[in-house]
Design a protein around this ligand. Sequence first.
Ligand SMILES: *Cc1c(COP(=O)(O)O)cnc(C)c1O
Length: 426
Amino acid sequence: MKELVMEKFNIEESVYDFCTNIEDELSKQFDEIKKITEYNGLKILHAMQENGLSDMHFAATTGYGYNDLGRELIEEIYANVFGAEAGLVRPQLMSGTHALTVAFFGNLRPGDELLSVTGKPYDTLDGVIGITEQNGSLAEYGVSYAQADLKEDFSFDFDAIKKAINPKTKMVTIQRSKGYKYRPTLSVREIGQVIKFVKDIRSDIICMVDNCYGEFVEIMEPSEVGADLVVGSLIKNPGGGLAPTGGYIVGNEEYVENAAIRLSAPGLGKDVGATLGLNQQILQGLFFAPEVVENSLRSAIIFSRMFEKLGFNVMPKYDEPRCDIIQAIQMNTSEQVISFCQGIQKAAPVDSYVTPIPSDMPGYDAQVIMAAGTFIQGASIELSADAPIKAPYTVYFQGGLTGFHAKIAPMITLQNMINEGYCTII
Ligand SMILES: *Cc1c(COP(=O)(O)O)cnc(C)c1O
């Protein structure tokens, strides 16, 4: 193996040894995440069996998609796996942003207020909420927005949340993942605490969790600690790298139905939506998901330990608990950021010959570099990295479908940085 890796990928012996020594150090962490994989795998297998999943559920529907038994079963299985009453799992939910938008618009009415208790939400929601002016935003429809920032130590600011809640507050939104912020990810337990706090003030406030990147990283999901709506993307964790598109919304039956009405039309709700033959990939992807998440975590943990040893700040550290698949690494210069991302691209199975460069992106105030050589366009459950080109030069790494890729990608990335003179093994 060693000689082959060195020869085929031009890896120096020192880099190979450095990386494999790190891997050997991490067996305790790997054992811990394996246990979580098994627990989640069990939940999913059990839900598939209990719901009587069968070959016939893989049949394609077309047109209106009436009586799509597979689609209905997928939603039942998702609800069971997430410990929720109901689910809406559709290829017609085009992305995480779209699924969140459908959950917002389905449940908020003019005069209502949306409150974020985790600071400013993920960038792509700025236009949806109306934080930046945008045609068709919630703000344009008369839904106001309030925000309670996390405290300096990244814990919930309960005083600020209490102050922000008023008679108009209809929904509280909670972002589990760090997204592209250098902060720890919230654990499901912490999410449960803030939900309880909000419900104690007013039990009729809808608590929604943006669950992107968090699925199957812990043994519980936010819907098991009181979240009324839990939302995510199928081209991240729960699609297991196989679902070619789609999103999910699980939670309280009435609120999920409201979202379904918004996705299709009032009076149609969940009864329409052809699945065009995607049911099998969505289900098989879910079956794979805990193990794919585990491989992503392996890669994240190796990168974390590796760059910590090389003298960089990392979040989380290799031995800290993980609540999403994202690894943040603070570089010192933009050149290091670019070299890291180009190294990730070199490790990809698809488009490995492409050299990513920073470019302007709508919604960002700095140029952004993105590395992703993926089978499914933009799928960040596959090996990928993104970074805004601005101080403090933080790179966000995530994904990795296989255990082998988790092992080889750090070697290729480090070798790239060494070759370009941006890093040395001390
Ligand atoms: C990925 C992500 C989203 C949605 O992103 P899409 O690219 O639209 O799928 C929303 N919130 C968080 C925290 C995310 O990580």
